[in-house]
Structure formats: C-alpha cells, structure tokens
Design a protein around this ligand. Structure first.
Ligand code: NAD
Length: 405
C-alpha cells in the first residue's frame, strides 16, 4: 500500500486508530482521537479496565465519565482485550507501562508482549508508534526487528515511529491536545506518517530527526526535571541557614555551615569542562582536514559572555582561547563588541570581518553568536567551521566543512 493511501485515510478521518494500553496516557489519547471523529479501538489486557471503559466508567482522573460515555456510546471508541482488532487498524499506538525491575534495570516486557501480539495480526500499510518512555534505541533495536521478523519491511510495508508521551496528569491547563508532541520515525517516511497522524488531533507536532532522537528528547526533559527538582531541594535545605545570590557564593557559604552543595558544585564542574570539550571538537575537526592543532590558524567568532552584549566577564571564550594558546594554535578572534582582549598576558585585537580573514584560517569557531554577524558570509569564505551555538540552524552539519556540537 502506498503511503499516499494511508495519508489520505488519516486526513479524511477514515483511518482506524488502535491504542494499546488504556492507562493515564492511553485512555485520554483514545478519547481524543474518538472526539476528533476517528474510529478508535482501545486494547488492554486488564479485564477490569476493559469492562469499566466499555461502559463509560472512567478510572483516569483526566478523563471525565461523561466524555468517555459519549465516545463509547457512539461507538467512536470500542474497547476490547482481544488483539485480533489489530487486523482492522491503520494506526497502532502503544502506551503500555515501562517500569524498572528490582535491580533498577528497564523492564521492556510490556512493550515486547504488546508488539508480539501486534505481530500476530499486523497487515501491510499500518503505522505503529511507541509512546512509552524508554531508553534511546528501543524502537530501532527491540521493536523493529520483532516487526520485521514477519517478513514486512519498515518504510515499505509498515511505518514505525516513537513519540514520547508528555502528559502531566491533573494539569488543568495542558492536556493531550495542547501539549506539543515530538515524533521521530525509523525512516523519513515513518516520521512523515507520524506527523500527519498526530497533527489531526494535537495542535503542535515537532519532527525529530529519528526515533532515537525522539526517545532522547523525552529523557532529556525528564532528566532536566529531576535535576531541577534536586537542585531546588538542595537550595531549600541551604535556605534553612542562609540566602545567597550567586551559585558559587552560595555553595561557599553553605560549606561554611557544614553543608556540601553537591548539585551546584556538580553543575559548576560540568560547565567548567565545556571549554575543554569545545577544544577537543576543534582538534577533531582539524584532524579531519589532516591538520594538527599546533600551528593551525583558529579564528574565534564571538568572545562575549552572551550574544549581543559587550561583557567578557565569565565568558567561556576566555578559557577556550587560553587552552588553544597553550596548545600552540595561532588564535585570532572577531567580536564586534570587544575590540581588544588580553588572555594569559597575550594581547589580541579583533580582526576585520573580511573574506580574506576567513579564507586564511584553518578553522573558524563560533563561540558567541551575535545577531549582527553575517553567518552566510562566514560559511561562504571559511574552509572549516565549528559551530558551538547553532548559528547555522537551518543548515545541516557536514563533516567536511560545518561541524555542530
Ligand atoms: N502517567 C504519566 O504521567 C506518564 C507521563 C508520561 C509518560 N508516561 C509513560 O507512558 C507509559 C504508560 O504509562 P501510564 O501511566 O499510562 O501507565 P498505566 O499503568 O496507567 O497504563 C498502562 C496500561 O497498559 C496496560 N497494559 C500493560 N501491558 C499491556 C499489553 N501487553 N497489552 C495491552 N495493554 C497492556 C495496563 O493494563 C494498563 O491499563 C509509560 O511508559 C510511562 O512511563 C506516563
């Protein structure tokens, strides 16, 4: 079946949607698809839940009984524990649990069991999406081989994508429909298909470059939250004794009270390592061009602490330039806001923004992306660029010329 047929079915709301696992995530999603006019089949192995959902008794806080009754009575949503319903479906969305095992290892048994059941009834032309939170690589390494063991080929016979669930239960403002959704397919065709599917019911759908990136996006978000919560907890403990303004001032002061601010110190340590990482990437980029760092002409673009300001204090550029100088690279810089710099008693003067000044360098490194710099010009006249700020947002990184962190 060509992709166009499936796209048309989805856009015309003729596609039949299956949601596997009707919990906090699956039930609101199934109801949403049904409310938007799709025929939805909810499949769950929990007989009690199936019975309740069938009769419109909601067991999930975010789904009102009235909403559930409305979609089940009109047969927009049909609930079953029988996987043979998969035969009728065009899209299958998996929302089963992903707990940890006793030894804190991922327990993928629910996903595997759901996929094994799908496999028994799958047909050509379906899209299968995993929403359960999991480690990067699950969709490609676990689900793809299971589904392809049927002889069907992803991107040709079926589509496979990951789309992390970002539901925030009991949030009165953000529900499934207005929470932006990230999607990433195994193949570009699957990404496109998943985008079309979710765009029918969710206001903002963002395509990631792969399933793995979409999986990582969710873990990034959750890790960010865990660290934030941990940080706030640590601050709360410190605030019992004192209030500070600057994180290091704070950890220093907390130390004086016998309190070790581990989150702040860890964050500061990780941040302090970033200039070394940037230099490593510059070294690797030059290496690709068969050039050693020693003696290479490196042009730093932007040295200020942040874009569009003329403040050098605490700028990571100081450390990057210092490391490069110690490694005997020939460092120069351009910053429209900072005409002179002195780093490790070496005086530097901002070079002119000219084609000759780019052409003559082995590598240009964007450290601060001031808005008044013509990056197209930089790209045109440089032989190698390391872009640490994503100044070239719309241009994909290329190994030979443009390296992004
Ligand atoms: N609850 C949240 O706030 C939240 C938020 C974001 C992401 N997630 C993730 O979404 C996933 C689902 O979480 P949840 O909170 O909806 O779980 P849940 O326990 O509320 O619901 C999961 C449902 O799946 C069913 N199920 C289990 N194995 C099955 C199988 N093989 N076939 C069919 N049905 C099966 C269960 O009976 C249950 O009804 C998890 O990966 C979770 O980490 C949850």
């Amino acid at each position: 079946m060509s992709q166009k047929i499936l796209i048309d079915k989805v856009i015309n709301k003729k596609a039949k949607i299956g949601v596997i696992g009707l919990g906090y995530v699956g039930l609101p999603l199934a109801v949403l698809f049904a409310q938007k006019g799709f025929k939805v089949f909810g499949i769950d192995i929990d007989k009690d839940r199936v019975k309740k959902a069938k009769t419109g008794q909601s067991y999930i806080l975010d789904v009102a009984g009235r909403q559930l009754k409305e979609v089940t009575s009109k047969k927009g949503l049909q609930v079953t524990d029988n996987f043979s319903a998969v035969k009728k479906l065009d899209a299958i969305i998996i929302c089963v649990p992903t707990p940890l095992k006793e030894k804190k290892e991922p327990d993928l048994s629910y996903i595997v069991s759901a996929v094994e059941n799908i496999k028994r009834f799958m047909k050509k032309g379906q899209i299968i999406v995993l929403e359960s939170t999991t480690y990067p690589g699950t969709t490609e390494e676990i689900i793809l081989p299971l589904l392809e063991s049927t002889g069907f080929k992803e991107g040709r016979d079926f589509y496979l994508a990951f789309s992390p669930e970002r539901i925030d239960p009991a949030n009165p403002r953000y529900k499934t429909e207005n929470t932006p959704k990230v999607i990433g397919g195994i193949s570009p065709k699957s990404t496109r298909m998943a985008k079309v599917l979710y765009s029918q019911v969710i206001r903002k759908v963002v395509s990631a470059s792969s399933a793995k990136v979409a999986e990582m996006a969710k873990l990034l978000e959750n890790t960010f939250r865990v660290v934030n919560i941990g940080l706030v907890n640590e601050l709360m403990l410190i605030c019992g004794h004192c209030i500070g303004i600057d994180p290091i001032y704070l950890s220093w002061k907390a130390n004086g009270h016998g309190f070790k601010a581990r989150f702040i110190e860890l964050a500061s340590y990780i941040n302090s390592q970033m200039p070394h990482y940037v230099v490593e990437r510059i070294t690797r980029a030059l290496n690709q061009h068969k050039k050693p760092l020693k003696g290479s002409k490196v042009l730093i673009l932007g040295a200020a602490y942040k874009k569009d300001v003329k403040d050098l204090r605490e700028s990571p550029a100081i450390e990057v330039i210092s490391i490069l100088q110690k490694a005997k690279a020939q460092v120069s810089y351009y910053d429209p806001y900072l005409p002179y710099l002195k780093i490790d008693s070496i005086d530097l003067k901002s070079v002119r923004f000219s084609a000759a000044n780019f052409r003559d360098k082995d590598c240009a490194v964007i450290l601060t992306a001031h808005s008044n710099v013509d990056y197209e010009f930089v790209l045109k006249h440089s032989s190698l660029i390391v872009d640490t700020r994503n100044a070239f947002k719309t241009i994909k990184g290329k190994k030979d010329k443009l390296i992004k962190l």
